[in-house]
Design a protein around this ligand. Structure first.
Ligand code: MG
Length: 349
């Protein structure tokens, strides 16, 4: 993000890729793959005075959520994005928003460190806490799912999102809904349905807050047809990669809600532009996470504290994914929120 007033335009003296692996508390299965561990890909920016900045790449191990994955992101960082950023020139790289977002986040973090500023206040956060939420993967059985959700509800989560796919949808969702009639409950299909699939119609009427990304990312016309047909709001995630794709989705009526992820749109600056446009169009927005460590979560939480974000998202406490985070862990507050605060130091395992 270009420096706002008061932030020096620092060019890093060094930019490194830092990789580590954190065990996940449990594997996470979606319609597009299973993550067994978190392969963490970070960018570290340093100046000559001992300041450093960190950015986390959202890419997963497998290119299922989008086309990016950790090894590919590392290659594009080393080969193109970091050399360009060191020289202070545009990288002229098409695609790879998650890798690009990590560079931008590291450079911004360095600038904030030089200026002695913290991200939430600099960005313009208007809340000191944001609603937490939890995404629950495809489970081995309906009973196992209900048991897992029970753990999250007991921990204090007030917003739960279930991963669904054809064949794992109505029965598990109905079981969770029957157990917690008042829970704020959404589902996320990660693009696994086709427009006429009966599963979508059967999910309608279960009191869901939304159905996220029912159709493949590029099927905006189909998404508009689904949005017209279902009473349940349609939320887009993978489809909205830029301001341009948001404009297309708005023009077609392809979304009722937006899941905004800085990683998916190339960083905080484009994310704020997308947020502003969605808010101006009257589309409710929430901020979604990418199995982030505290490095990525700090950015997500700060974004979620901006005024245009009006829905609870799926940003969980650190322990949802990790026994030990890379930063001071984000803990769930008694009211089911996460604190909006500076990230603090990064400690590698
Ligand atoms: Mg999603």
């Amino acid at each position: 993000m270009g420096p706002r007033p008061g932030l020096p335009d620092v060019r890093p003296a060094a930019l490194d890729v830092v990789r580590t692996t954190l065990p996940l508390v449990a594997p996470f299965a979606t319609a597009t793959g299973t993550e067994a561990v978190r392969e963490v890909l970070l960018v570290r920016a340093r100046d000559r005075d001992g300041h450093e900045g960190w950015g986390e790449c959202g890419a997963l191990s497998h290119p299922g959520y989008t086309g990016e994955w950790v090894d590919g992101a590392e290659a594009v960082l080393r080969g193109f994005l970091l050399p360009a950023a060191l020289e202070g020139r545009p990288a002229s790289v098409t695609g790879h928003p998650m890798a690009s977002a990590a560079v931008a986040a590291a450079v911004l973090d360095l600038r904030l460190a030089v200026a002695g500023r913290d991200l939430p206040s600099w960005l313009g956060a208007v809340r000191d806490r944001v609603p937490a939420g939890v995404a629950v993967g495809v489970a081995a059985s309906v009973d196992a799912l209900v048991s897992e959700v029970a753990g999250h509800v007991a921990a204090g989560y007030q917003r739960v999102k279930l991963k669904v796919r054809p064949g794992w949808d109505v029965e598990p969702v109905r079981a969770v809904r029957a157990t917690w009639p008042d829970l704020s409950l959404g589902v996320d299909a990660n693009g696994s349905y086709r427009e006429g699939d009966v599963g979508l119609a059967r999910l309608d009427g279960l009191g869901l807050a939304e159905i996220e990304q029912p159709l493949p990312a590029d099927d905006l016309v189909g998404s508009a047809a689904v949005a017209r047909r279902l009473a349940t709001p349609v939320c887009l995630d993978e489809s909205v990669t830029s301001l341009g794709t948001l404009e297309a989705a708005l023009a077609l009526g392809a979304l009722d809600h937006l899941n905004l992820k800085p990683a998916r749109v190339g960083g905080l600056e484009p994310a704020v532009a997308v947020l502003d446009r969605a808010a101006a169009a009257g589309v409710p927005v929430w901020v979604g996470g990418m199995l982030a460590t505290g490095v990525g979560k700090a950015v997500d939480v700060a974004l979620a504290a901006l005024p245009g974000v009006t829905l609870p998202g799926d940003l969980p406490a650190s322990r949802r994914w990790f026994e030990r985070d890379l930063t001071e862990p984000w803990e769930l507050l008694p009211d089911g929120t996460l604190p909006v605060r500076p990230r603090g130091p990064v400690t590698l395992p």
